[in-house]
Ligand binder design. Structure first.
Ligand SMILES: NC(=O)c1ccc[n+]([C@@H]2O[C@H](COP(=O)([O-])OP(=O)(O)OC[C@H]3O[C@@H](n4cnc5c(N)ncnc54)[C@H](OP(=O)(O)O)[C@@H]3O)[C@@H](O)[C@H]2O)c1
Length: 314
């Protein structure tokens, strides 16, 4: 690893959206560290990613070359635009069939953003694996100790819990488990990585949230999510993650660390397998907004919540 190569750690990167984010950042020349709780699954993912990067360099690899070549965060901005609120997609684990059509909100605005990390021209992206279970402090500390540089942290690892989590019937242990991964895990990983991030020239943190974490969506009668069954674990965990994002952004603003939450939209991954409606959006499409937030320029937003249509209402 050279001093000039930006380094990104993505938790839960052995598959799904996390893998797609890692691939997208590697395709932009970053060293990517796949945080995986199982070493074998991590090494398999790393081997696949190295092969895809190699194929992309030779012009034969579709999955990486199909990603946008440059970060384009022009539509992200610090303040929400009320006129565009309220129709963002995202569903994940709620068990019944919302309209899974995934159109994005119209409109683009000019935000003075661009690559926030220094990419080393001509450097072959390096792909590494660290064992990292976001609920296990020992693996988190060991992962942090194994790194000598960190520019970007993507807190992607997440679980939904069982489908039927009606509040009045949900055991507290289930809620604790989901919060342990989706909220406390993010806190523990972030705190362990902060000393490294603080030393980076343009540090960025992206917390992978969900549109179902939007209290607005659940309480706006015009939004399809207000008609979804009540669920006590996953949506509240992502709402808590959003709240945590805002608080980190407040604390870390003076350190120049931009902290944002991303809603990838409902994507066809293992996470959504078995839902009783078709999901056609790919993990790569869901990764787009995360990659943009991970590569914001110095004037990029912090403390925001974005999907690929722009700001999402809290
Ligand atoms: N897919 C969607 O429609 C959707 C929509 C909105 C938001 N999201 C969010 O996007 C993120 C990624 O979801 P996905 O769809 O890519 O799901 P996925 O395919 O199920 O992948 C989840 C990843 O998280 C890892 N993980 C779970 N618990 C972990 C732990 N304790 N420590 C470390 N890694 C852990 C998994 O590792 P293993 O392989 O070892 O289990 C896996 O790598 C999640 O935060 C999810 O809430 C997804």
């Amino acid at each position: 690893m050279t001093d000039t190569t930006a380094v990104a750690l993505v938790t839960g990167a052995n598959k799904g959206i996390g893998y797609a984010v890692a691939a997208g950042l590697a395709a932009r020349g970053m060293t990517v560290v796949l945080g995986c709780r199982d070493r074998d699954r991590g090494e398999q993912a790393a081997a696949r990613l190295r092969a895809e990067l190699s194929a992309a360099r030779m012009g034969v690899g579709p999955s990486i070359t199909s990603m946008p070549a440059e970060p384009d965060a022009a539509h992200l901005r610090a303040e929400p635009d009320a006129a565009r609120l309220g129709t963002g997609p995202d569903v994940a684990s709620l068990g019944t069939g919302p309209d899974a059509s995934l159109g994005t909100r119209p409109g683009a605005v000019n935000l003075p953003t661009g690559p926030g990390v220094a990419y080393a021209a001509g450097v072959e992206p390096e792909v590494r694996v660290v064992v990292l279970d976001v609920t296990d402090p020992a693996t988190i500390e060991a992962a942090a100790a194994s790194l000598d540089r960190l520019d970007v942290l993507v807190n992607n690892a997440g679980i939904s819990g069982p489908i039927d989590l009606t509040p009045s019937r949900t055991p507290a242990t289930t809620i604790r488990d989901v919060f342990e991964t989706n909220v406390i895990g993010v806190l523990m990983v972030t705190n362990a990585m902060l000393p490294l991030l603080r030393k980076a020239p343009a540090p960025r943190i992206v917390n992978v949230s969900s549109g179902v974490g939007s209290l607005h969506h659940h309480t706006d009668p015009a939004h399809y999510m207000s008609a979804l069954p009540a669920s006590a674990a996953y949506p509240p965990s992502k709402a808590a993650l959003n709240a945590l994002t805002v608080q980190y952004a407040k604390e870390l603003r003076e350190d120049g660390i931009l902290v944002n939450a991303a809603a990838p939209g409902a994507c066809a991954t293992d996470f959504t397998k078995g839902l009783p409606f078709p999901i056609t959006r790919t993990a790569e499409e869901g990764a787009g907004v995360i990659i943009q937030l991970a590569t914001l320029g110095p004037d990029g937003p912090t403390g925001g919540f974005f999907d690929d249509g722009g700001p999402v209402p809290w």
